[in-house]
Design a protein around this ligand. Sequence first.
Ligand code: MLT
Length: 273
Amino acid sequence: MTDSRSKSAPSGDFIISFEDSADRVPVLFIHGFPLNNTLWDFQVSGLADVARLITPDLRGHGLTEPTDVTPYSMELLATDCINLLDFLGYEDPVVVAGLSMGGYVAFEICRRFPERVSGLILASTKAGPDTAEGKAAREESAQVALNEGVAPIATGMLPKMLAPQTYENKPDLVEFLEDMMNGTSPEGMAGALRAMADRPDSTPDLAGLMVPTLVVHGEDDQLIPVAEAKAMAEAIPDAELAVIPEAGHLPNLEQPAVFNEVVREFLESFYEV
Ligand code: MLT
């Protein structure tokens, strides 16, 4: 089976047709808090024909060990991602896709390494910083994680991570998510909380983001209201907005087929340039 991306090459006296996944659009998928790269399992399986997916586990999350470097910061997490791209040999820019905290890391990559970014996917995220109360609550949670373990934080967050109907109707997904959250190390959780608390306001940067951008958000997101996504899409010059019905904070897990379709269409535009 061939498609418009199939290639052909001379081979002796005939033309050989082939596909080479190296020509897929490289996309760095950065997970949210307190998750890991299995967040993107449905994208790895559903988008491999259009994207080369690079899915790190951030420090202290998933299979990446926590480090002694404190405090974690968006600068540190963004640099970790760029170091990974360097290790993989990417010289050309890639599409950077971040979900929630991953979006905060994506903003930092845009600030510090704009030459590495060919496009942006901002999922379930927002540009503004924490309020003073928000910062204090993060520090409280960091102390809980370090002193009592990650379970109380995971348990408290779990129902808010998903749309109420997902939480009600998809017990397997709830369990998968709970395991993912509980797999985060206390140090990684505390580090990420403090990095989020200290993150700068990205709102002033939005008008200067000159790459094609997809803003994608669950209609029923209980953690970051959809109004935040609308505001970002209005402020970024070349942005499109997709609001996914019947999805909460994790639309890529809750409505993977719809999410993948939206991302696929966005990525296909990269083949046309
Ligand atoms: C996330 O999903 O990454 C976090 O909920 C983001 C945040 O707490 O600001």
